[in-house]
Design a protein around this ligand. Structure first.
Ligand code: ATP
Length: 228
């Protein structure tokens, strides 16, 4: 069953890697514009849940519904079109392309969607400004700090105006001060864009930026049933 009003939801997801169960009946939902933190100990299945929700990994069983569509019944081509068009991603290590400048990195998802270079770079610069890193636009990732690189990665994840932003330990490689600032900028930008956020973290101070927390333990999820 899809929870009323949810944009993305999953019911009773199961996924094993060989004999290792990663998800064992996990459920999840996020409303449009809502920021949900997925918490839990190491190895509990958080990243696997995120990968299933984003259509990167196919679950062995269970249903995933995005905007009224059954994600598991889409073809690979339909799923990748959905990821490119409606989802954004930011991971622990920015995963910026080292050969490209920061503005080219941010413009890349738009270029892949067929947007002309000038237009793509104009939109990329606006996102860099929003994340307060427009001063590094012309530098390559190897020439910027870890915190700046993560802000560039957040700018890139939002440049296509996604409806869902998937963030897996987005501040995991940063010191606490830089991490807090990245979370503040990420959540401000997501709220302004009305993007829903699925935020995987094992840190309570990172989860504190969310509207709601879901805890995963041994591949099962539990809603904390409180909202901020
Ligand atoms: N590609 C894979 N191949 C084999 N086993 C995997 C794979 N991905 C995850 N697992 C296993 O599935 C379980 C859940 O892993 P997952 O990465 O989802 O947990 P997590 O909660 O995100 O952990 P962490 O906080 O350490 O990143 C673990 O036992 C892990 O070893």
């Amino acid at each position: 069953m899809t929870p009323a009003g949810s944009l993305l939801s999953a019911t009773d997801l199961r996924k094993s890697y060989g004999s290792t169960p990663a998800l064992d009946g996990a459920s999840f939902s996020v409303h449009p514009g809502e920021i949900v933190a997925v918490m839990g100990p190491s190895g509990s299945g958080k990243s696997t849940l995120l990968h299933c929700l984003a259509g990167i990994v196919a679950p062995d069983a269970g249903t995933i519904t995005y905007d009224g569509r059954d994600l598991t019944s889409l073809t690979d081509a339909e799923r990748s079109a959905l990821r490119r068009g409606e989802f954004g991603f930011v991971f622990q290590f920015g995963q910026l392309v080292p050969e490209l400048t920061c503005v080219e990195n941010v413009a890349l998802p738009l270029r892949l969607n067929g947007v002309k270079r000038k237009d793509a770079e104009r939109r990329a610069r606006a996102r860099l400004e929003q994340l307060e890193v427009d001063d590094v636009a012309g530098k390559r990732p190897g020439e910027v700090s870890g915190g700046q690189g993560q802000r560039v990665a957040v700018a890139r994840s939002l440049v296509t105006d996604p409806r869902v932003l998937f963030a897996d330990e987005p501040t995991g490689a940063l010191d606490s001060l830089n991490g807090e600032r990245v979370m503040e900028l990420l959540t401000d930008a997501a709220r302004e864009a009305r993007a829903a956020v699925v935020l995987v973290t094992h840190e309570a101070r990172v989860a504190a930026w969310s509207d709601r927390e879901v805890v995963v333990r041994d591949g099962r999820s539990r809603d904390m049933e409180f909202t901020r």
